[in-house]
Write a protein that binds this ligand. Structure first.
Ligand SMILES: [Zn+2]
Ligand SMILES: [Zn+2]
Length: 325
């Protein structure tokens, strides 16, 4: 964070490290009578418009720029945040520490505009897979071309097969990600792990991302159904401060999409094991994204229903700050 960004006011919502946690949530809500929405607070902006340095970073800031599955409109209708939370969801995407974007779908620039994120500050894009709700070549080019040329090309990370669908340009440096192998991005260690997901007709391995700062660890797990064994074995000894789940199918009884996405029963079941095995820390944030239209109730109903059991449905503009302890 720069000094400037610490003092600028922002309209974005923040969930602080201490405001919600997997184990403590139900108790704290019962004690205060608060709903989940009351825990969100205004905070400082996350975006940085200049190139970040490569010194080890402690804090993790996760800003949700899209929390919807592919059946929401491909155009984000709002110009500012004066609308109810997640009234319309955007295609799933998340910004890490203000400059690392995970997935760049058709709505991401509209959402950035709505929540005061400068696309010129994006230095790296990490791709999960090439479904069109996650990859929009036009928006990638806009971000690449909008950067100060003296900073060098936009770095674009993804499975080698998936990278073939990313535009070729001297403004973009494509860097293959081998699943299970870690790489460094601006003081963070990133690892692409196998997803239980498939892009029809593509040989790519769909990826999930483990994101590690010097002191905090988050796992971005969409799109995926039940975690593959190789991925479980990788995270088994890595206690998480936050997990972001694909929650496409809602309660999902009988929905065939569970073979490539989660429903809430699957998420509850995996959480139970992750908690028992201490892969989820007691105060870990369990966050739901990639939420399908019509398979879930409206967001305020979802919050009331899920927050008491420790599940946080994400919404556009929600920022989670995992502060260095
Ligand atoms: Zn998707
Ligand atoms: Zn997908």
């Amino acid at each position: 964070m720069t000094k400037d960004s610490e003092t600028n006011p922002s309209r974005r919502d923040f969930l602080t490290m201490t405001s919600m946690g997997a184990a403590s949530l139900a108790t704290s809500l019962a004690a205060t009578g608060l709903t989940g929405s009351a825990h969100a607070k205004e905070g400082e902006p996350q975006g940085e418009s200049k190139e970040a340095d490569s010194s080890p970073t402690k804090q993790l800031e996760l800003l949700f720029l899209g929390t919807g599955a592919a059946n929401w409109p491909r155009k984000y209708p709002f110009k500012d945040k004066s609308h109810p939370r997640a009234k319309v969801r955007a295609m799933s995407s998340m910004l890490v520490n203000g400059h690392i974007l995970i997935d760049c779908g058709p709505t991401v620039l509209d959402v950035m505009n709505c929540y005061d994120v400068d696309p010129a500050g994006i230095t790296d894009i990490l791709l999960t897979h090439t479904h069109s709700d996650h990859l929009h070549p036009g928006n990638i080019m806009s971000i690449a071309n909008g950067r100060d040329a003296s900073l060098g090309p936009l770095k674009f990370w993804g499975d080698p097969e998936a990278l073939k669908k990313v535009p070729d340009s001297d403004r973009i440096e494509k860097i293959p990600v081998e699943h299970g192998k870690s790489f460094q991005v601006h003081g963070l260690t990133m690892t692409g792990l196998a997803a239980n997901h498939d892009v029809h007709g593509s040989k790519e391995q769909c990826l999930l991302y483990l994101i590690e700062s010097a002191t905090k660890r988050a796992f971005y797990a969409t799109d995926t159904g039940w975690l593959p064994t190789t991925t479980w074995l990788h995270i088994e000894r890595k206690p998480l401060d936050a997990i972001i789940w694909d929650a496409t199918c809602g309660e999902g009884k009988g929905d065939p999409r569970i073979f490539s996405h989660n429903d809430l029963t699957m998420i509850r079941h995996m959480n139970q094991t992750l908690m028992q095995r201490k892969v989820l820390k007691p105060d870990a944030k369990i966050i739901l994204t990639h939420i399908a239209d019509r398979l879930h109730p409206p967001h305020h109903v979802l919050e009331k229903k899920l927050i008491p059991e420790g599940l946080i449905p994400a919404y556009e503009g929600m920022s989670v700050v995992l502060e260095a302890g």
